[in-house]
Design a protein around this ligand. Structure first.
Ligand SMILES: Nc1nc2c(ncn2[C@@H]2O[C@H](COP(=O)(O)OP(=O)(O)O)[C@@H](O)[C@H]2O)c(=O)[nH]1
Ligand SMILES: [Mg+2]
Length: 398
């Protein structure tokens, strides 16, 4: 498939950079071209009135567009319709702001009817406040759109359409809610144990997902014609000595996102729903980040898991990206103490460190009921105290 060339504009810190990259990469779909980031521009502030980014940087991007033939600019911040319009005019490329990007990612990952509806609802909520502004921009008028003329009429019709759509979706959501349990039961009928990967965006879920899936034999794909790209079935060695293998399903997820607008929280949760019903949930924590960020993210993950009433005993904490760490055991001890996690499984999907232990742990917990979970012990001793609902507020920049 051909790829779309994307220019990414984000903040200069490592966290924003990785998260934004991960989001762009997760936004690929079966119907649209695979996005390929050809260049990253960074800006300390993305709140300049004209383009969001500074005018100088915008000009630089315009110049770069000419040689690179990129066709999309993704700006990792909320932009007003006016800013998007200005930047599109300048660069002659499609401009996508952070909210649109997140919606695209959710859109791709929604598997259940309920999740799809939640995301549609979030999309309507994204559009609504933009209708008037967009009409003004496309008509080129600086006045209120079509004062007394066609424009106003069109805007009102559009607005009413969206409102109608909103109540329609809400009604469908209520119906879908009752069907959800049914769906889950069906899913469970496969009898295959399910393992899901959760954690913040860019914690390394997809990399681990691909590694596990490629290292292990896939279960006959004809059995699962309906599996999405984010679910794989494979066999895992469940008995070292007898070399016995058992099938399981592995689910990758969108992951937690920082600076998530409030109106998207329900949509976000709905993308997780199926994954949280798994037999085993691997909660990935990126240990290459600053201690403070690790703690904030860990706590906000638990706030969501608590709110969605996830059984804590099936959640295993996995410390990832240990390859870049200099004094590994000291570093891991410090994080484990801080988060009160005993004997975490530490891995690197890059170097392969800890992957064997991870697989053994998965196999033990799924296939040998007789084994006490204690010995597999990534147990969480204490769940973080009740705190404010952090995903919406976890603004790492502030
Ligand atoms: N150094 C290092 N980088 C990793 C590791 N696992 C993932 N990454 C990188 O972290 C970034 C985000 O990974 P990804 O799997 O897309 O994260 P996801 O958003 O959780 O799916 C990518 O640039 C990966 O190459 C690891 O074990 N070590
Ligand atoms: Mg991913």
């Amino acid at each position: 498939m051909n790829s779309s060339k994307v220019i990414l504009v984000t903040y200069p810190d490592n966290f924003s950079l990785q998260e934004a990259r991960s989001l762009v990469e997760s936004s690929s779909s079966s119907t649209s071209p695979q996005p390929q980031i050809v260049k990253v521009f960074t800006q300390k502030y993305l709140n300049h009135s004209r383009y969001g980014l500074g005018s100088g940087k915008a000009e630089e991007i315009k110049e770069f567009m000419k040689q690179s033939k990129a066709d999309q600019v993704v700006v990792d911040e909320h932009l007003t319709p006016k800013q998007i319009h200005n930047l599109e005019k300048l660069t002659e490329a499609k401009v996508i702001d952070r909210e649109r990007l997140i919606l695209n990612v959710f859109h791709e990952r929604a598997t259940t009817i309920e999740a799809k509806l939640q995301i549609e609802l979030a999309e309507v909520k994204y559009e609504m406040p933009r209708v008037r502004e967009n009409a003004k921009l496309t008509s080129g008028s600086t006045e209120r759109p079509g004062k007394g003329g066609m424009g106003e009429y069109t805007v009102d019709v559009k607005f009413r359409d969206l409102k109608r759509r909103m109540s329609f979706i809400k009604k469908k959501l209520a119906d879908a809610h009752t069907k959800r349990e049914l769906y889950r039961q069906q899913r469970l009928k496969t009898k295959m144990p399910i393992v899901s990967l959760i954690g913040y965006t860019s914690s390394g879920k997809t990399t681990l997902f691909n590694l596990l899936a490629s290292e292990n034999k896939e279960v006959s794909s004809s059995l699962f014609t309906t599996l999405s790209t984010t679910t794989r079935s494979f066999r895992i060695n469940n008995n070292e000595k007898e070399k016995r293998e058992s099938p399981l399903l592995l689910i990758d997820t969108v992951g937690f996102i920082s600076r998530l607008p409030h109106y998207m929280i329900d949509a976000f949760k709905s993308t997780l729903e199926e994954s949280l019903a798994a037999d085993l949930i691997l909660l990935l924590i990126d240990t290459s980040e600053k201690f403070e960020d690790i703690r904030i993210k860990y706590e906000s993950c638990w706030n969501v898991l608590d709110e969605l009433k996830v059984d804590k005993s099936k959640v295993f904490v996995i410390f990832t990206k240990c390859d870049g760490v200099i004094d590994l055991s000291e570093h891991i001890d410090k994080i484990a103490n801080d988060l009160r996690v005993s004997n975490p499984i530490t891995i690197s999907s890059k170097s392969g460190y800890g992957i064997h232990k991870l697989k053994t742990t998965i196999a033990h917990n799924l296939f040998s009921q007789s084994l006490s979970r204690e010995i597999n012990s990534t147990k969480v001793n204490t769940v973080p105290e009740e705190g404010a609902y952090i995903i919406a507020a976890a603004d790492i920049h502030s």
